[in-house]
Design a binder for this molecule. Structure first.
Ligand SMILES: *[C@@H]1O[C@H](CO)[C@@H](O)[C@H](O)[C@H]1NC(C)=O
Ligand SMILES: *[C@@H]1O[C@H](CO)[C@@H](O)[C@H](O)[C@H]1NC(C)=O
Ligand SMILES: *[C@@H]1O[C@H](CO)[C@@H](O)[C@H](O)[C@H]1NC(C)=O
Length: 288
C-alpha cells in the first residue's frame, strides 16, 4: 500500500474506533453544569442517577432491609459497591438486592409514583435481584486494601431519567487526585434523601499525620466540606471536560470508610484507577 493509502486507512480506523468508544460510553455520567457549583447537600431526584441502595435479608423468607451501603451503576447489568459491604454474603447473592432510581430510602419498591403533600412526585424505586457477587481478588479484610466488589444483576437494568450508569472511562486520566476538589454522593446517616458533597483530596503523608495510619494501598483520603458520614460505596466522580464544557461524570472512587480525625471527619476512598481494568474485564466477560 502506498503512503496516502496507509494514511486513509489509519483515518478510517481511527474514526471507526473513536465512534465505538463513543457509543459504548454514550448515555453515561449525565452532568448538568448548574448543579456543580451550588452548595446543596441534597440531590435533585434525577441527579447522580447511578446511585442506588444495597438491601439484604437474613433468609429467603425475610423482607429486604437497608444494608446501609451505596451502589453505583456501571453497566447494563452491573453495579459496584465495596467488598466490605458484601463480604459476609459472598456465597449467598440471593440474600442481596439493589434499589435503583431511589431518592428517599423510606420509599419501597412496587409503587409507580410517590408524591409529597405539595404534589411533587417521583417514580418509586425499582428493585433488582443479584445473581453474582465478585470481590476483587486482592480485597483484604484486615488491611482494607482493594475494597471493591462487582454485583451482577439478574436482569438488564431498564434505564430511565432516574436510573443511568456513570461513565467508567475518563477522557484524560489525572495523575493524582491530591488537592483536587471532588464530588461524591449517596445515602448517609443524617437524611433519608440521596445526598451529595465535595471533598478535597489530601496526600498520603498528610492523611497519615491526621489519622495516625496511612490509607490502605490504592486508597486516598479527603476532607469533606459537609460532615455527614455517607454509607460505604458512595461514588466519587471525576469530570470529563470536552471543548471546554464539563460533559460527563466518570467514576473515580468509592467511599471505603469514614475516619474520625480529631475535630473533623476524614473520608477514605478506594481509587478506581488501579482496578478499572479488572472492572471492565468482568463486565465484558459476563454480559454477553
Ligand atoms: C424492565 O422492562 C421489561 C420490559 O418492559 C419488564 O418486563 C421488566 O420487568 C422490567 N424490569 C424490572 C426490574 O422492572
Ligand atoms: C507530618 O507531621 C510531621 C511531624 O509533625 C511534619 O514534620 C510533617 O511536615 C507533616 N507532613 C504533612 C504532609 O503534613
Ligand atoms: C470492554 O468492552 C468495551 C466495549 O466493547 C471496550 O471498549 C473495552 O475496551 C473492553 N475492555 C476490556 C478491558 O476488554
Amino acid at each position: 500500500m502506498n503512503a496516502p493509502g496507509k494514511l486513509i486507512s489509519f483515518i478510517v480506523w481511527a474514526i471507526v474506533n473513536g465512534n465505538c468508544a463513543f457509543s459504548a460510553e454514550a448515555n453515561c455520567g449525565r452532568l448538568e453544569e448548574r448543579l456543580l457549583f451550588r452548595k446543596d447537600i441534597s440531590t435533585e431526584p434525577t441527579e447522580y442517577p447511578w446511585i442506588g441502595l444495597l438491601v439484604q435479608r437474613r433468609d429467603l423468607y425475610q423482607k429486604f432491609e437497608s444494608a446501609e451501603c451505596n451502589v453505583a451503576i456501571v453497566g447494563e447489568s452491573h453495579v459496584l459497591t465495596t467488598a466490605s459491604c458484601v463480604r459476609r454474603l459472598n456465597n449467598r447473592p440471593e440474600l442481596v438486592a439493589v434499589r435503583l432510581g431511589i431518592w428517599d430510602v423510606e420509599n419501597e419498591p412496587g409503587q409507580q409514583y410517590i408524591c409529597n403533600d405539595r404534589g411533587f412526585c417521583v417514580p418509586g424505586p425499582v428493585q433488582y435481584l443479584v445473581d453474582a457477587i465478585t470481590m476483587h481478588p486482592l480485597a483484604d479484610r484486615d488491611t482494607g486494601n482493594n475494597d471493591i466488589a462487582i454485583l451482577r444483576l439478574s436482569q438488564r437494568i431498564n434505564m430511565t431519567a432516574y436510573i443511568q450508569p456513570v461513565c467508567l472511562q475518563p477522557t484524560l486520566e489525572p495523575a493524582s487526585w491530591t488537592s483536587m476538589d471532588l464530588h461524591y454522593g449517596g445515602f448517609h446517616e443524617y437524611d433519608i434523601k440521596k445526598g451529595k458533597g465535595s471533598v478535597i483530596a489530601i496526600s498520603r503523608q498528610c492523611c497519615n499525620n491526621q489519622t495516625g495510619t496511612p490509607p490502605p494501598e490504592n486508597q486516598f483520603c479527603g476532607f469533606p466540606y459537609f460532615g455527614a458520614a455517607f454509607f460505604k460505596g458512595a461514588p466519587m466522580m471525576g469530570i470529563n471536560v470536552e471543548d471546554d464544557v464539563p460533559s460527563s461524570f466518570y467514576l473515580g472512587g468509592l467511599l471505603a470508610k469514614n475516619v474520625d480525625a480529631g475535630q473533623a471527619l476524614m473520608i477514605v476512598f478506594q481509587d478506581i484507577r488501579p482496578v478499572r481494568h479488572w472492572i471492565l474485564d468482568n463486565i465484558n466477560s459476563s454480559s454477553s
